[in-house]
Design a protein around this ligand. Sequence first.
Ligand code: HSE
Length: 309
Amino acid sequence: MSSKQIVIHAPATVANMVCGFDVLGFAVNEPYDIMKIRFSDSPGVTIINEDIYNLPIDPAKNVAGAALLAMLEEIPEVAGLELTINKQIKPGSGVGSSAASAAGAVVAANCLLEDRFRKEDLVRFAMNGEKLASGVKHADNIAPCIYGGVTLIRSIFPLDIIELNAPPLFVTIVHPQIEVRTADARSILKQQIQLKDAIKQWGNIAGLVAGLQKSDYDLIGRSLEDVLIEPIRSILIPGFDEVKQKSKEVGALGGGISGSGPSIFMLSKDEQTARKVETEMKAIFSGIGLEHHTYITTINQQGIKIIEA
Ligand code: HSE
């Protein structure tokens, strides 16, 4: 058995991209988790936490563990894997913390296995982590985490992932220090929608994809509108409407809830605008006395990065 160790960085991701609930997502350069993996004599998956979050070390209850267990089923010759997790992406923040763990684990393991599996297989394994975290398989954090850039998940059964082009974009993220569980944020959604709303939504999704492909910033901005999910979920995020309004006033193209929240993201054409957006976000959350963290980052084109192989 090889004693090789693989070290990776797994980036945070912004799912939905406002209008594309469960079908669009992009990776960002900050923050990211750090993970190490090696073969182990102990059967199954051994998890070591090197961070402050005290996440379960029982692999069946850990999103990275669940993803690796699914992978191990297809590699009977491997007895065990030992995974060390150092999370920098706070769980429950809405920037793909569970996806980074699940995707990071299987990408690292695949590197150990000398690229045995295709990216689609890795997405398939990692979705078991999302199922554990939120009750359903969705790939709008996992796919951009693995592929990098902006991804469209046209279908998950069967998997059909399309990598989209995107012009340079700056991303400002604010994470108010409240926790919104994805499972809860999904359970409050309506199961039926009106045709007139569906028409608006698919117009926006198509507009956003076209805007990204054509590097048309105005079209991107016009398409960052969600008439289905945001009106319901934004109630869980204090200050949401004000953040959106003020960010646009200082020049942001638009934005909305990152994944299932509570983080909010805004896209800007240049760094100076992204900084002005950050100032507005900080002022709003300080004004309501809510602790928060902000990031100014860009789209991560590479996805999970192998640091040591
Ligand atoms: N598309 C998922 C949701 C992403 O919005 O519930 C969760 O991060």
